[in-house]
Design a protein around this ligand. Structure first.
Ligand SMILES: Nc1ncnc2c1ncn2[C@@H]1O[C@H](COP(=O)(O)OP(=O)(O)OP(=O)(O)O)[C@@H](O)[C@H]1O
Ligand SMILES: [Mg+2]
Length: 272
């Protein structure tokens, strides 16, 4: 595979359980089916669960990269042939959860040659505002904050963006509203969050799209098959497809920028 202009995307949320992992997996699947090589990186270092969603049990993971001389290519687990790979996290390794900047640097140094094989690098982050989550989110070209209409999700998303903007000077975010009942609830959820950011933080996050509350999502989780494969005609699948198309357009518009470096800053520029 030749080097690509890799678009790095982190998927984050203030509150847990809002749909990040499902969104990362299914956006990745859409992009792959669109002909773009995708790496899905499980960055939920505390409680990794992409492997469970996929029903796979990889022998090696990110920890193997740090402990041994395992080449990065060997840690990439093919979800689908030719272009949809998965980089497993090590679940329950405290050292990785609270990674310091040296360890983070080492990890990305080891991974660097691998990343350029992909058009998209999707990072599924853990919920909340741990230093590792903030550092990973600050590195990527695009940050997608997933919110649901629940007030706690809104306040926690606001807090997450506030910390990223004050501690890491990051002020550009895309919002996905997940699990709304209808379009009106999607819009009002986004508007409430955007208004608070505008008024108190001085920037407006951009609306990337909404994903309907859909029983086919938990059904696909139970089957351990991506929604896009299990129920491609479901409402949520169509919504995710529309978001993938939008991201492709965003990538095209950013091409010159991302050809310089796949990350906005090197990990060494990021303090803990
Ligand atoms: N659009 C949706 N409609 C219905 N259920 C959904 C939808 N999106 C996610 N869910 C359900 O919400 C639950 C949490 O999803 P997921 O694991 O993707 O969240 P998460 O944000 O990654 O959680 P965590 O913070 O624990 O990593 C799952 O049971 C999933 O089936
Ligand atoms: Mg998750």
């Amino acid at each position: 595979m030749k080097a690509k202009n890799t678009l790095t995307i982190s998927i984050l949320s203030g509150k847990g359980g809002v749909g990040k992992t499902n969104i990362a997996l299914n956006l990745g699947y859409c992009m792959y089916r669109g002909g773009f090589p995708v790496m899905l990186m499980d960055c939920d270092l505390g409680l990794a669960n992409l492997d469970v969603l996929l029903g796979v049990t990889p022998d090696v993971n990110m920890q193997s990269l740090l402990d041994t001389d395992t080449p990065a290519e060997e840690v990439a687990y093919p979800i689908e042939p030719d272009g949809f790979d998965f980089l497993p996290a090590a679940s329950g390794v405290p050292e990785l959860v609270e990674m310091d900047s040296d360890l983070r640097n080492l990890l990305f140094q080891r991974l660097d040659p691998l990343f350029s094989n992909y058009e998209y690098l999707l990072m599924d982050l853990g919920a909340g505002i741990t230093p590792t989550v903030l550092a990973f989110a600050a590195m990527t070209r695009i940050r997608i904050v997933v919110v649901t209409p629940e007030p706690t999700s809104l306040t926690d998303s606001y807090a997450l963006m506030k910390v990223l903007s004050t501690q890491h000077n990051v002020k550009d975010f895309y919002i996905i509203v997940n699990q709304a009942e209808d379009k009106a609830e999607e819009t009002s959820t986004y508007n409430r969050l955007a208004t608070a950011c505008e008024r108190f933080l001085g920037f407006t996050p951009e609306f990337l799209g909404g994903i309907a509350q859909d029983k086919m999502v938990p059904e696909s989780v139970r089957k351990q098959v991506p929604l896009m494969k299990n129920a491609p005609n479901s409402r949520a699948a169509k919504d995710i497809f529309a978001i993938a198309v939008k991201l492709q357009k965003i990538k095209k518009s950013m091409l010159e920028d991302i050809s310089k470096s796949i990350f906005t800053k090197s990990t060494s520029d990021l303090s803990n």
